[in-house]
Design a protein around this ligand. Structure first.
Ligand SMILES: *Cc1c(COP(=O)(O)O)cnc(C)c1O
Length: 225
């Protein structure tokens, strides 16, 4: 399948999911996760009209940025090591994986402009997953007031992979609730208007529960490597 064909099918599925809950399709942005595919396939995604690209590794992400730069909005969706912060915040528009104070400190040290971050939450409390515990999110965001370069644009999570995506609903609705709790604090640096949740397997459910960015690899650009 071409990216264009996948993209059209997914746009239709997004429309149906939005209709079920009375949301506008424009409020759901699609990030094409190109970590499994070649530069050619990533280029094809942009030619198909995709506006957002996500990468989870610094070196590979920066390399693809070099080739495709200026043609998309760039999202860093993987674990960010402190030594990679400088380059990543220069080239990428959004960081989806802010999950510790040491990383916030490094971002602050290196930032030349505001850095748009999602706070990553381990909503299912799986030992293998990155992100803050639910209980830790509000205290963490409160502490971010000491870092004027950081803007908390939203929350991000990865639900566990399950056969039946319906089982992920409780995690997505919990992230939505947490977003409301953050918004209630009315912190100027944490508008927290976005929810980055939903992947190939579970994006329809995530949309029904309020996702504003869905991150699609396999179902959109495929998996070549
Ligand atoms: C790989 C990855 C995705 C995309 O996964 P698919 O299941 O292939 O859609 C989304 N989010 C993150 C954080 C990832 O690492």
């Amino acid at each position: 399948m071409t990216v264009k064909e996948n993209f059209e099918k997914i746009q239709h599925e997004i429309q149906v999911a939005c209709q079920r809950v009375g949301r506008n399709v424009e409020d759901v942005k699609i990030i094409a996760v190109t970590k499994y595919v070649s530069d050619e396939r990533a280029t094809e995604a942009i030619e198909a009209g995709i506006k957002h690209i996500g990468e989870n590794r610094a070196e590979e992400g920066l390399r693809k940025w070099q080739i495709l730069n200026g043609k998309a909005t760039w999202h860093f969706i993987g674990t960010l090591q402190s030594r990679k912060v400088k380059e990543i915040i220069e080239q990428f528009d959004y960081i989806h994986s802010l999950d510790r104070l040491s990383l916030a400190k490094e971002i602050e040290k290196r930032a030349k402009k505001k850095v748009k971050c999602f706070v990553q939450v381990n909503i299912s409390q799986e030992a293998t997953k990155h992100g803050l515990d639910v209980k830790g999110v509000i205290p963490f965001i409160s502490e971010l007031s000491q870092f004027p370069s950081i803007e908390v644009v939203g929350l991000m999570t990865m639900a566990p992979y399950v056969e039946n995506p319906e089982e992920t609903r409780k995690y997505f609705s919990a992230l939505k609730q947490l977003q409301k709790d953050v918004q209630a604090l009315q912190l100027p640096y944490a508008p927290c208007a976005e929810l980055s949740m939903g992947m190939s397997n579970d994006f329809q459910v995530a949309i029904e529960e309020g996702a504003t960015y869905i991150r699609l690899g396999t179902s959109l650009v495929g998996k070549e490597i």
